[in-house]
Design a protein around this ligand. Sequence first.
Ligand code: NDP
Ligand code: 2IT
Length: 444
Amino acid sequence: MNATKVLEDLNRRFPNEPEYIQAVSVVLNSIEEEYNKHPEFDKSNLVERLCIPDRIYTFRVTWVDDKGNVQTNMGYRVQHNNAIGPYKGGVRFHASVNLSILKFLAFEQTFKNSLTTLPMGGAKGGSDFSPRGKSNNEIMRFCQAFMTELWNHVGPDEDVPAGDIGVGGREVGYMFGMYKKLSHQFSGTFTGKGREFGGSLVRPEATGYGNIYFLTEMLKTKGLDLNGKTCLVSGAGNVAQYTVEKVIQLGGKVLTMSDSDGYIYDPDGIDREKLDYIMELKNLYRGRISEYAEKYGVKYVAGAKPWSEKADIILPSATQNEINEEAAKAIVANGAIAVSEGANMPCTPQAIKVFQDAKILYSPGKASNAGGVSVSGLEMTQNAEHLSWTAGEVDNRLHSIMKSIHEACVKYGTEPDGYVNYVKGANIAGFMKVAKAMMAQGII
Ligand code: NDP
Ligand code: 2IT
């Protein structure tokens, strides 16, 4: 395999899909050497079979808003690869959603899920529907309309969706309800469900907690811990909130959080009480982060990201490509020691290079944010055995999964000078398992 050639070809075939090409490019560049040690891979054109999704469903979603207007949105489900388990991955509702973004997310999910040690393939779905400013009833009608198209293509052993940007417990509940009605079955077809109907304890916390468990392992390699460290967090949604919760528990100090309009900077740190306020503001009232600045009298910077502020640890937890080369240079110049991705692909390839050249700890989302889908996998197990585990049991398993992902990164990513290239480690470890499973299952 020649990564450059494969990418040129993908570029020619999918010229309007920059996020997808970006994600594939990072993976191919890091696995090229390892891949070429296995001539049997190329003989069966494994690389193309791995980069191109198994199938994609595209459909129109029509719903009626509160004023009686008929609205249409696009709906998608990208089923990328099911070599190691049923398709698995979240659903995103955001105005920016398009096929390129969902293809990148489904591609990444395949390797992430492989790293979790659990049997899950990779998928992603979503819609360009924007939940912002919509009433509860509008959200419900949209989720129901979305499922009337998707229900026949998902199932507990076929494809198991969950949440992502704009999709949390409320939306999963509505989609699950419609799925149940149409399929006439109560099954574990979604994860991130409410606790009362098969949801796992610790699933809401899992991505944020998992990222901090992973970060703790990275810091340990340098003899460091989180206590007293300052952190920049972006986002104020599910991942950001539980990232902040775990940082506070471990003695760190979070200086920033953000949303799509701007960021707040709190020099005293966001403590438990302030975090409770943010959770209520975002999860209940669906307000703006600027309201925090008004309430606590701190700085709010509209239309900007927090990366120019000085801190030890950087935890991007909002969206893709939120840290570019310039932001990465500012982060390094400010003396940061670690960047651990909570979001999917928040750093551009140029930004990643800046971190790696500076030899600071840097982990890609497919490793450090895998806690969410890991607990989704544990939710599938609990549903299959019709049991529910205690919060302590789920948290312990999450912790040990994050440790094992870290070990895999160190095993496959340690360079001759001792620097751990977590990108290479995560990509090779994630890839090898999927590759071996595909080879064993023949040319399909
Ligand atoms: P939420 O919808 O709960 O929160 C997203 C947050 O990011 C909000 O604060 C939102 O601001 C902000 N945001 C979203 N899009 C943009 C944008 N284009 N520019 C700036 N800010 C933006 O989503 P999650 O917390 O679930 O997801 C955050 C990230 O984590 C995503 O990259 C997702 O793929 C990834 N992830 C999520 C997992 C999960 O289990 N939920 C698991 C693994 C990764 P606003 O309120 O203004 O919309
Ligand atoms: O990006 C992700 O890993 C998620 N949004 C969670 C997917 C899942 O199936 O729990």
